[in-house]
Design a protein around this ligand. Sequence first.
Ligand SMILES: [Zn+2]
Length: 370
Amino acid sequence: MKQNEAAAALSVWVALESPTSHAAGLNGMMDLVQKDVEGLPIAVERIPGRDGLGDMVLLRAGLDNGQPAVAVMSHLDTVHPVGTSAKELPVRIEGDRLYGPGVYDMKGGAWLALQAFKQVAVAGAAKRPTVFLFTPDEEIGSPTSRAIIEEIGKGSAAVLVTEPAREGGKIVTARKGVGRFEVKLEGRPAHAGSRHADGRSAIREAAHQILAIEGMTDYARGITTSVAPMGGGTAANVIPQHAWFSVDCRVTTLADGEAMEKRILALKAHDPDVAVRITGGMNRPPYEKSPMVAELFEMARKVAAGVGFDLQDCPMTGGGSDGNFTAALGVPTLDGLGIDGDGAHTLQEYALISSIAPRQALIKGLLETI
Ligand SMILES: [Zn+2]
């Protein structure tokens, strides 16, 4: 496929808006995937969505020789609300850049990996079964797809994740673990003027808790905590009865994840008259660059050299992905194999059209070599 044809085909995917909460958009994306493989030697399984989220599509191809598979994983949800492409981020080409909601994270990677998957399926070039899972909910922590991601991971010799490339084409071989917590506080309301002493401010208590939680950040150990969003109170002249906030926590090791979860869940109220309820925990375990991951990376370097470029990996990144789930199970996982570009989760999001062909060739080579 010529470069401009590839950009046009990818633009169709980007123009169909599919934020995680918009099941109809996600189902439309799954339809596009199915349409793209029609008539090819690829088995299609559609898995209905649940909890109001979109469907999943699972493709299978290649030999059925009892060997563990090589699996590709892509999410088709984006963080951009419906209407973004009509206003702040129109789908458009400017030079080598294709702009649009989710083009970099990660419709570009999903699209080019599917083209590679099709090429390998048609040529019968893989040494083992190949599977490709498209999911609808990565951007909210994969609540409905995690179980199938882990199930496919367990049956695979390697997992290839098509999250965006970093810093000029680098791939990802390690990611921090991610925790999410919700904190709800309930104090005692009172008139802020006439009955101030009777009130027990949920917001004042929240302030103490927020400083304690943010104080757990330890850059030397790669541990960060941050609070957002937050809210509380009803009016300026009322001592607030309620307050709430969310916590994001990142760690580099499983042990740190367990320790941080314990510390955050064990926080006690500073003011005994305010109830503090904390829920949540570690959502994505850390993805560490094990010897098996390093070995798979060396294989990818050789494939890339054959394609004609020097493949690098980047140091442990702070962002989590579905690669964390499979890597934590001990399955060799490579991530960041998707399209190059910049501006993930922003209104300047774009992908580099010139990166489609080499990245597609890299994934094709991996599907044939692993
Ligand atoms: Zn992503």
